[in-house]
Design a protein around this ligand. Structure first.
Ligand code: ATP
Ligand code: MG
Length: 460
């Protein structure tokens, strides 16, 4: 499809082309008309001058002096020639070229003054004028004069060639002009489109830059800004609701959990104890969900700031592995931590801990019983630290890889059997982004998965 810009350029060029062609056609036609009129008027004057001369000689009873007649001045004409017929239609003065031209019907045209015709010779075209001459003796002579149309045609040809050059040149110039005009006209729109691309669900407080001119583009920009404003309000109130709801649910959940734990200790019936264990498990999941939702809503509203301190990554990872060791043993998964040196970076310890815990927990969760999970800490270069979380579990299908960092995304295959909310990786990515680091994944279905976290040593 053609862009609006190219449509404008095409329309401009087409309209200007039609106008220019019509204008050239009118000029050409009127010049041609004027040229022929001028030639006819000059031919008439020449015929009248010849007529005067002939009358003078015929009325005086003398003989016609052809030399004298030839010397009659023909103003503005070239290639003039003439013939004279007497009242008996006999040629008295003859011209070799005009003799080849057809004669008029003498009887019919006798009294009709100024009869024009054309005659084409191989070399040129002649304009012919027939004019009756009445002598004092009432004899009717017929004078035939002719002039070449060569000069007039040459002038018209020149004009034609000028138009042939001017029209395409004019069209090219119009095209170039239309290009720059439309480019300038669309500049604010292009700028606004680039601006709009930067507005995402995470930065709805951003607005489009409006052009200074109070035109339609500015009106469109203002309308779009108002729309973003409304979306921002709707998003904010939705997030506020999630945050408030999570916050409100947390306290009763803690109370229920504590009460159930007390009840569990007091009960002696195994069946009842088992039921309470199941309930406590569900409450654990709910508590995790509310805390994840609260973290996300805080991240969204930029309430969370990094609390930067010097963190010993080797120690932090050892803590995380120890924390999850019980879970690993329960599933007979061997947790292996590979640390060569002590590594210190500036980071938010608690937030990094939540990221590492989620990654190790995922590796254990999605591994088969008796398999292997390894955590490797290494220095990549003078600036970056690399931590790898590797498992040889179920792996992630390639088509799911682009979605696993999205909120609430969980693989269809694991959804039913393995607990979780699909929020851990979304939170992890935001926290790593805040640290100006990167988190990537590579996975092979059925073979295992590696999550790699790269963190800058010195967060600027
Ligand atoms: N190590 C892994 N092996 C296989 N699949 C994984 C692995 N880590 C993550 N996934 C897939 O990515 C999805 C998202 O992971 P994420 O940590 O965000 O959520 P979750 O673990 O299901 O729930 P939550 O972390 O909120 O308790 C998982 O449900 C799983 O399908
Ligand atoms: Mg998880």
């Amino acid at each position: 499809m053609f862009s609006i810009k190219s449509k404008i350029i095409f329309a401009y060029t087409l309209v200007f082309g039609i106008m220019l062609s019509a204008f050239s056609f009118i000029i050409f036609q009127s010049t041609r008309h004027a040229e022929f009129q001028k030639l006819e008027a000059n031919l008439k004057s020449y015929s009248v001058a010849l007529q005067t001369e002939i009358m003078e000689e015929l009325n005086g009873g003398g003989t016609l002096d052809i030399k004298e007649l030839r010397s009659v001045h023909a103003k503005g004409l070239s290639g003039v020639r003439f013939q004279l017929f007497d009242s008996m239609h006999k040629k008295i003065l003859s011209d070799s070229v005009l003799s080849q031209a057809p004669n008029i019907d003498f009887n019919k045209e006798k009294r009709q003054y100024f009869h024009f015709s054309r005659f084409h010779t191989p070399k040129e075209t002649l304009k012919i004028l027939w004019m009756p001459i009445e002598t004092e003796q009432d004899s009717l002579y017929m004078l035939e004069t002719a002039a070449s149309l060569r000069d007039a045609y040459e002038d018209l040809d020149r004009l034609f060639y000028i138009f042939i050059i001017v029209i395409p040149l004019g069209l090219i110039l119009t095209g170039i002009m239309a290009y720059f005009i439309s480019k300038a006209a669309f500049k604010p729109v292009t700028k606004m489109a680039d601006n709009a691309k930067e507005i995402t669900g995470n930065n709805l407080d951003k607005r489009l830059e409006l052009p200074k001119a109070k035109d339609e583009v500015r009106a469109l920009g203002e309308t779009l800004n108002e729309m973003v404003e409304r979306l921002d309000d709707a998003f904010k109130s939705q997030k506020r609701f999630v945050a408030d709801a999570s916050h409100e649910i947390r306290t009763p959940l803690t109370v229920i959990q504590t009460e159930l734990e007390i009840l569990e200790r007091k009960l002696s019936d195994d069946e009842a104890k088992e039921s309470i264990k199941i309930a406590l498990n569900e409450i654990d999941g709910l508590t995790k969900l509310t805390s994840s939702l609260l973290t996300l809503s805080k991240l969204d509203s930029s309430q969370i700031r990094l609390n930067l301190t010097v963190v010993r990554l080797d120690e932090l990872l050892t803590d995380c592995v120890q924390l999850l060791n019980k879970q690993a043993i329960r599933k007979s998964v061997k947790l292996d931590l590979q640390i060569n040196d002590a590594v210190e970076i500036k980071a938010d310890k608690e937030k990094l801990k939540s990221v590492f815990v989620n990654l190790i927990e995922n590796a254990i969760k999605f591994s088969n019983t008796g398999s292997f999970v390894s955590v490797k800490l290494g220095v990549m270069d003078s600036k970056d630290i690399k931590i790898e979380f590797e498992d040889n579990g179920s792996g992630i299908p390639p088509h799911e890889l682009p979605y696993i960092f999205k909120r609430f995304y969980r693989s269809n295959e694991t959804r039913a059997e393995i607990s979780g909310n699909g929020l851990g990786l979304a939170i992890a990515k935001e926290i790593i982004d805040m640290h100006k680091g990167r988190i990537t994944v590579s996975s092979e279905l059925g073979k295992g998965t590696v999550f790699t976290v790269i963190l800058p040593m010195n967060i600027v």
